[in-house]
Design a protein around this ligand. Sequence first.
Ligand code: SAH
Length: 255
Amino acid sequence: MNPAVWLIGAGPGDPELLTLKAVKALGRADVVLVDDLVDPRILQYCPRARIVRVGKRGGCRSTPQAFIQRLMLRYARQGLRVARLKGGDPCIFGRGGEEARWLDERGVSCEVINGITAGLAAATAVGIPLTHRGLATGVTLVTAHTQDGGMPDWSALARGGTTLVVYMGVARLQDMRAELLAAGMDAGTPVAMIENASLPGQRDCASTVAAMARDADAFRLRSPAVLVIGQVAACRMFAAPEVPAFPEHDLRRSA
Ligand code: SAH
């Protein structure tokens, strides 16, 4: 039995990073609700569906989340096969959990189809292994932007010994830097900032915790971008001719 709603991860942008499951579901959907960060090329996989853009930039500014949920419910109750397409993975800073739960409580069946989250794709796209024996005991995906406007516990994260992958951090670099340094993180800890990962406009910049705000400014780092903070950020798997395998952490452009 098909679910009434598929919550589908569109991945970071490159359509080739979609799962087969996602492509199949998109091909069967009658209506597709599309978020802002979904690359338009992905819509080629739902030629027969009605496309509804529901991202904040697409209209519904006042209560987008409630509006989107009601829209999904309405379509599902009309007997349409609904696909909700979100950037990256639906359940990584994508409200997938909230939406699935809300639908479930209303008796609407829902299936989550994973997407490759931006942090994983971004690291791989620039040759960074997020875990590496001897360099990182794990990886933590964290948002710099919490619901109540506060910040994550940077000091706990600084001491955790895992690679930090920071989402939604572009506007918070000064605060992040201050908190990480105050928590005792080494000022020279490598940082990689990756913008538009997997997309034609992908750019990245190597820096350090001490220099990241200044370097991001000089580089004109823009959202969407993720930061990889930790020793692995200086450990590139492939040494491209213009990129040293172990960079000196000076400002650099590779695109
Ligand atoms: N569910 C998404 C994340 C949504 S939050 C996922 O799993 O990837 C939005 C944040 O994701 C952006 O602010 C940025 O930090 C990150 N992001 C999304 N797409 C990106 C991309 N192509 N390159 C770099 N960062 C990206």
